[in-house]
Design a protein around this ligand. Structure first.
Ligand code: GLY
Ligand code: MN
Ligand code: MN
Length: 426
């Protein structure tokens, strides 16, 4: 659990980076209408949530940094019984004051008036450029003395890069649920007929275990479907003796998990499938082993490219000279994506990859990243051995960088061929 103390500490860290005589406004996410009276499920904006832990819409966070002191305020929706009848109870000002450690809490309707009251001598306004919308224009209008508009997002996102112990704990909890979902998928796939049935089995576990939702739309891709990287239709048949690439992870208490496993549709890998799978697995494990503070992600990327390129050359998927294939990046046809990305409140966590000078940020204890090598061999590609056509494999784990190396947070989600086969044969 993230305590109020931790949220307050994050706000202090942000405030430290702000100039004197500045106001920072972070607005909650808005409700997104689906049609007529129906809305998409609401989820708080991650940067706002990171600094507040507040889940309701119609809310805002304000940091007022004056010459001598800094104050943080929360603005929350008014308690209105007629509205609450339809869309649920609101916390309201009094309860928010008791439960959240802000200097003061006001009604959201007071935002404009309070900003005007704080505005004396204020010259800089900070807000999240990604959530710039109609709500901001009148607020900006009211802050007459402001000379500069600045993006607060990079300040918050730089903090989000290194996770606290409480954040890592939540990711671990998300992964316990995701583990159960993937293991269930391994056990039941042979009994099912369509990709969406398998998707339902995974998401059943997410929901039953209290996860808010998936952290991204699940990919359940049988056979050649896996060669569409963002395949989310999940509407094709689970054919016999194919591989199924499952990229699915729940979001739990606002924290993501992001796991890919590739499993046989009928319980056992064929010989050709094993050859490819073992290559991807070897690369997944070797790259994970490289993780420790000070290592550059680009090193993990280039090493994964070398290993996959060499492996594909040995299997007769690529032809020619290794160095030429590397120099001309010909392996990209079959391994076109990155080795991984930051993960946290968002699956592709909004955290920087480069510092202010444009240099790559090296790994540091507390960072969480995915490692996800893959090979994608389209069924229509006549240049590769027939036995490999129509196979797509990715193996993705979530890794915490520690002071001495790494901790594989998803180590318990099986990925060895014998372990997948033994779950599938239960
Ligand atoms: N599930 C999205 C990704 O692996 O990046
Ligand atoms: Mn990923
Ligand atoms: Mn993924």
């Amino acid at each position: 659990m993230i305590t109020q103390k931790e949220y307050a500490k994050r706000r202090r860290k942000v405030a430290k980076k702000l100039p004197e005589n500045s106001i920072t406004i972070l607005l909650s996410a808005t409700q997104k209408q689906r049609s007529n009276d129906t809305e998409f499920p609401y989820r708080q904006n991650s940067n706002f949530y990171y600094l507040s832990g507040f889940k309701e819409d119609d809310s805002a966070l304000v940091i007022h940094k004056g010459k001598k002191s800094t104050h943080c305020y929360l603005f929350v929706a008014k308690k209105e019984p007629a509205k609450e009848l339809w869309s649920g109870k609101r916390l309201g000002v009094e309860k928010a004051k008791a439960l959240f450690s802000f200097d003061d809490v006001f009604e959201y309707t007071q935002l404009q008036e309070k900003l005007t009251a704080f505005s004396e001598g204020i010259s800089a306004l900070f807000y999240d450029f990604k959530v710039e919308d109609a709500r901001l224009a009148p607020l900006k209008e009211g802050l007459k003395s402001v000379r500069s508009y600045n993006n607060i997002a990079p300040v918050i996102e730089a903090l989000r890069l290194v996770k606290s112990a409480a954040e890592v704990q939540l990711i671990k909890e998300a992964l316990l649920i995701t583990k159960e979902a993937h293991h269930r998928a391994m056990q039941v796939s042979k009994e099912l007929r369509y990709e969406y049935e398998l998707q339902a089995e995974l998401e059943y576990v997410f929901k039953r275990r209290g996860a808010y939702s998936d952290a991204y739309t699940s990919i359940v891709a049988c056979g050649n479907s896996a060669n569409t990287l963002h395949y989310i239709a999940n509407d094709r048949k689970l054919l016999k003796n194919r591989l199924i690439l499952i990229d699915a992870g729940c979001e739990y208490k606002y924290y993501a998990s992001d796991i890919t496993r590739t499993i046989p549709s009928r319980g056992y890998f064929t010989k050709a499938q094993k050859e490819l799978y073992e290559l991807v697995l070897r690369v997944n494990k070797e790259i994970i082993k490289m993780i420790r503070p000070k290592v550059l992600r680009s090193k993990l990327q280039s090493r994964s490219e070398e290993l996959l390129c060499k492996g594909m050359l040995e299997l007769g998927i690529l032809h020619g000279n290794f160095q030429e294939l590397m120099d001309e990046k010909l392996f990209k046809k079959y391994y076109p994506h990155g080795i991984g990305h930051w993960m946290g409140l968002d699956v592709h966590d909004e955290a920087p990859y480069k510092d202010d000078e444009g240099n790559e940020i090296p790994l540091k204890a507390g960072m969480v990243l995915t490692i996800e090598p893959g090979i994608y061999l389209d069924e229509s590609d006549k240049s590769i051995p027939k036995k490999y056509r129509g196979i797509g494999i990715r193996i993705e784990d979530d890794i915490l960088v520690t002071s001495t190396g790494y901790e594989n947070l998803s180590v318990d989600i099986v990925k060895e061929i014998k372990d997948i086969e033994s779950l599938a044969s239960l």
